[in-house]
Design a protein around this ligand. Structure first.
Ligand code: ZN
Length: 116
């Protein structure tokens, strides 16, 4: 039954009159897979989708009701952010160690000379 969809006023199978909020035909019971006709159709702005995508990759797709792509993009963004933190934190620590090593190398030569 799920492939027998319609969005008109009458059931395509039996011709029974449908109210917009009806999910099933009251006469033959076929399920309507279309959204109710009373649901407002909101125009989607490409600019808004792009701005949302800049804020968070995937938000623009969710706005455009491309939920599969949007959720994949958000999960990928979270995963890449976590991986980036895992990799950047050791790199930042390494940078501090490196700077300390450069600064202390000069003092190390002084300590060497102090030992005679
Ligand atoms: Zn029907």
């Amino acid at each position: 039954m799920q492939d027998e969809a319609w969005n008109g006023e009458a059931c395509h199978r039996c011709g029974n009159d449908m109210r917009p909020e009806d999910r099933y035909c009251h006469r033959c019971g076929v399920e309507r897979t279309y959204a109710p006709a009373s649901r407002p159709v909101i125009a989607k702005s490409a600019a808004a989708a792009v701005i949302l995508s800049i804020m968070l990759p995937g938000l623009g797709h969710l706005y455009a009701e491309d939920r599969g792509t949007g959720i994949m993009l958000i999960l990928a963004t979270v995963a890449l952010t976590v991986l980036g933190l895992l990799l950047l934190v050791p790199l930042a620590v390494l940078l501090v160690v490196w700077l300390w090593a450069m600064l202390d190398a000069a003092r190390a030569t002084e300590r060497f000379h102090a030992r005679g």
